[in-house]
Ligand binder design. Structure first.
Ligand SMILES: [Zn+2]
Length: 78
């Protein structure tokens, strides 16, 4: 499923639906390339310029409020 050629960071964007108030988490894989955000702070900064499309999985509302961003723990291999 995942390409193993380049390492990827997976940010978890936590949003709360403005309509039904339920929280959703969206996984956003970011390849480790030059200029790509490598920390949560940088990712949030990037989000301000390029917001991640939101759609509530419960009610399909397109309006969500950003609650927080976390970094998914990298897979431990070996
Ligand atoms: Zn909703």
């Amino acid at each position: 499923m995942f390409e193993g050629t380049a390492s990827t960071m997976v940010f978890l964007v936590h949003c709360q639906c403005a309509n039904c108030q339920r929280s959703s988490t969206k996984r956003v894989p970011i390849p480790r390339v030059e200029g790509a955000p490598s920390t949560v702070d940088e990712f949030i900064e990037a989000l301000e310029h390029n917001p991640v499309p939101f759609m509530c999985r419960h009610c399909e509302s397109l309006i969500g409020e950003l609650v927080g961003v976390t970094l998914e723990r990298e897979l431990e291999e070996g």
